[in-house]
Design a protein around this ligand. Structure first.
Ligand SMILES: [Zn+2]
Length: 505
């Protein structure tokens, strides 16, 4: 957590960044220092729009801070204030989120990093975003920082050498519109999905794995990170706070300590359905008129956590939450996933429905995305095909009589002949993307299983999960591990399904 007093003192002695205005028509300036609001709350003081220099007292007062300690993983210490009182604007009014964020990052690669790049989705909607301050201990004094297309770029005074650590602090305000987006609200839920600035993975020889959105698919990737988050909810509505993690002992603001791939919130007035899977608490949330579906998704999520924990390795957190949400289809975050209510009407209650399959799918992302990460824009098959195939693993155990139903309903009736390993940018239609990367990808994994045998295939999945825990895997990792467990060559299958198969021999 970041108490207000420590933030104020930390603002002294920093190099405040010059920030160029790269988003069309939007001038960002480091225009504020951290200071208490007149009411004694934690709202930052903001200078008039267009100011370019931080409070002189904040930049000249004290000696530089000591160098930050190296971290095994990126550390995000965040203090967020969510105000649900609607102000005018947008369709139905705007809520607001004010964030103070401190990030510590150690270069664990073997090469020097010339500059910092952070994924910064809250800034993508420039009309809803306001940067209040930005500082970093190693920022260049001559080259400006920039925010463009949802990315924050900070040139450094000198490249960040292997083993060196950098920190940055930023404060921003994001208005929250009534919309079905990863930051949005509706009459029963507030979603805070990609709401903070985060480092993408850094890969030697390639640099930061920071990508633009595609027409389909997900473009953000995350290294495993540590989170220390305070969330203060200012509201007259009694929201339940669903989150990637479990808050520390009661009270407000809510305090979360979490290690994982990402951290999302959903504040909701929905009904919770509580289950357990071993030592894991399962929470399902739906609106009251979907009570039957709420029980189903909680049941399926719990059964999925049991099966996947046994097959792949333990679920790494103490709680898993699945919520009905207006986000399209399903959407995964670490510890928390969303399911669109379009899945609800056709449920049968006997497993033969998309509600069951997609609940298992989103739960599987806790392993293929959460425990083991990937470059989601360039290698989407590395999580999606494995998540679809995990649906089959779920059905084989939970509903063996429905395996044939699953193959036809979910996979075989949507044939594709494109390369499974296409990046998201190869596709313009969601159906083509799913048919290829998800479904043909699952068909490829099944061919591998038939070629190498059930045991070798199961061992390969388990090793991917054990050696990849907390990492960002590549296709080369997958090729190597599958072949290591197979008594027969696998290249004929890779060749048949991939544009970039492994070299033979
Ligand atoms: Zn998926």
């Amino acid at each position: 957590m970041i108490p207000s007093a420590s933030i104020r003192s930390a603002a002294c002695g920093l190099l405040f960044l010059c920030l160029c205005a790269c988003s069309a028509g939007t001038a960002f300036a480091p225009s504020a220092v951290f200071a208490p609001s007149p009411s004694g709350g934690r709202t930052p003081t903001q200078t008039p729009s267009g100011a370019t220099v931080a409070d002189p007292a904040a930049t000249t007062a004290s000696a530089p801070e000591p160098a930050p300690s190296p971290r095994e993983r990126p550390l995000y210490r965040i203090e967020a204030v969510l105000d649900t009182l609607l102000t005018t604007g947008g369709n139905g009014g705007m809520m607001s989120l004010t964030v103070r964020e401190e990030v510590t990052y150690t270069n664990h690669s073997a090469e020097s990093i010339p500059g910092l790049v952070l994924q910064f989705e809250p800034a993508r909607r420039s009309e809803l975003f306001e940067l209040l301050s930005l500082s970093a201990n190693r920022a260049s004094q001559t080259a400006p920082a920039s925010i463009e297309n949802g990315q924050l770029r900070i040139p450094l005074d000198a490249p960040l050498a292997p083993g060196e650590t950098v920190w940055l602090r930023l404060e921003y305000r994001r208005l929250i519109a009534q919309e079905d987006a990863t930051i949005g609200w509706n009459d029963y839920q507030i979603v805070l999905g990609d709401w903070y600035a985060s480092f993408p993975p850094y890969r030697e020889g390639k640099g930061w794995l920071a990508h633009a959105p595609g027409k389909v698919g997900e473009h953000l990737s995350f290294p495993y990170a540590d989170f220390d988050i305070l969330l203060d909810v200012q509201s007259d509505t009694a929201y339940r706070v669903a989150a990637s993690g479990v808050s520390e002992a009661g009270g407000t603001p809510h305090h979360f300590l979490f290690t994982g791939r990402s951290f999302a919130f959903a504040l909701t007035t929905q009904i919770p359905f509580i289950r357990t899977a071993g030592n894991v608490e399962i929470l399902g949330y739906t609106r009251p008129h979907y009570e039957a579906q709420g029980k189903i998704i909680a049941d399926i999520a719990a059964r999925s956590v049991e099966i996947f924990s046994e097959r792949f390795g333990a679920y790494p957190h103490s709680r898993f939450t699945v919520l009905e949400s207006e986000l399209p289809d399903g959407m995964e975050y670490d510890g928390l996933v969303f399911l669109n209510p379009d899945l609800f009407p056709d449920y049968t209650g006997n497993g033969a429905d998309y509600l069951t399959a997609i609940t298992a799918h989103e739960t599987a992302h806790q392993w293929w995305y959460g425990r083991v990460g990937n470059d989601q824009a360039i290698d989407p098959w590395l999580d999606e095909s494995f998540a679809v195939y995990s649906e089959l693993i779920f059905y084989e155990r939970a509903y063996p009589s429905l395996v044939d139903w699953w193959w036809w309903t979910r996979v075989d009736r949507y044939p594709s002949h494109q390369c499974v390993d296409h990046p998201i940018y190869q596709f313009t239609r969601f159906r083509d993307y799913v048919d290829t990367v998800y479904l043909r990808g699952a068909t490829m994994l099944h061919a591998l299983r038939q070629q190498m045998g059930n045991q070798a295939f199961a061992e390969s999945l388990r090793e991917l999960q054990s050696t990849g825990l907390g990492a960002v895997m590549t296709s080369a990792d997958v090729f190597r591990i599958f072949q290591a467990h197979s008594a027969v060559p696998l290249y004929t299958i890779w060749d048949a399904y991939l544009c970039l198969p492994p070299p033979h021999g």
